[in-house]
Write a protein that binds this ligand. Structure first.
Ligand SMILES: Nc1ncnc2c1ncn2[C@@H]1O[C@H](COP(=O)(O)OP(=O)(O)OP(=O)(O)O)[C@@H](O)[C@H]1O
Ligand SMILES: [Mg+2]
Length: 233
């Protein structure tokens, strides 16, 4: 397997029309680390993720994954060419597909042969504790189970980068906490470089090695999470 990739944002700015929402962001995310982007509503967290995914293009600056340029002003590599796994707040599963078909989708897009696909889908479902649900449709699952399917789908192709946009905010607080700890453990096991957007400080401390505080479209501060601050309450 390739060495883990780092993520670099160099002077990245973004505007909706005349409204600048990200101001000259400089950020370096170490290979294999988990960084939480923390900040109040409207500070630009989702916009920054959209730039990392390739759904938006910077007005200024550059985005690099390892030694590969992802985007610069006027040019952006499309999302499907970036080798990313992503988990959204609203799960975004395909309702007409079974759990196994949902998880298999990224492998199909990469033309992985059927036998290998089936094996890797079951491995990913095992990681999130859902092997017994492989044949079920998403509508027959709880919110927490649906988010586990989305997580399995994000990791199944072993992407270079994992991105999360408030994946737990639709769940009740007890489930949120237990799933957060499971995700933290999973991220440690697979070691993929990850960016996790949240406005919940506790989630950030449980999951991340480093917390980046965004405020009004700028990096306000960065801090390393110590083991004691990430412990269970
Ligand atoms: N499509 C859009 N057109 C114009 N302005 C937008 C658009 N989407 C977002 N914005 C503005 O950009 C700023 C940053 O929005 P963004 O969605 O990145 O915030 P966020 O930190 O993810 O907030 P939340 O925690 O509520 O999800 C906000 O001021 C928002 O109003
Ligand atoms: Mg958002």
């Amino acid at each position: 397997m390739d060495a883990f990739t780092d993520i670099r944002l160099k002077g990245v700015s973004y505007a909706f029309g005349t409204h600048t929402v990200l101001h000259h962001i400089d950020l370096h995310i170490q290979p294999g680390s988990v960084v939480a982007l923390l900040g109040p509503s409207g500070c630009g967290k989702s916009t920054l993720l959209r730039l990392l995914v390739g759904l938006a293009e910077p007005a200024f600056g550059e985005i690099w994954f390892g030694d590969r340029l992802m985007a610069k002003a006027g040019w952006s590599l499309p999302p499907e060419a970036r080798d990313i796994g992503m988990v959204f707040q609203d799960y975004a599963l395909w309702p007409h597909m079974s759990v196994a078909q949902n998880v298999a989708f990224p492998l199909k897009m990469r033309n992985v042969p059927r036998a290998e696909r089936e094996q890797r889908v079951m491995q990913a479902l095992e990681r999130v504790g859902l092997t017994a649900f492989a044949g079920r449709k998403p509508a027959g699952l709880s919110g927490g189970q649906q988010q586990r399917v989305a997580l399995a789908r994000a990791i199944v192709a072993e992407p270079r980068v994992l991105l999360f946009d408030e994946p737990l905010s639709n769940l009740d607080s007890a489930l949120r906490e237990s799933l957060c700890h499971e995700m933290a453990q999973l991220l440690r096991q697979i070691g993929t470089t990850a960016v996790y957007v949240t406005h919940d400080r506790r989630e950030a401390e449980w999951l991340a090695d480093r917390i980046v505080h965004l405020a009004a479209g700028t990096v306000e501060s960065e801090c390393t999470v110590t083991s004691s601050s990430g412990e269970m309450a």
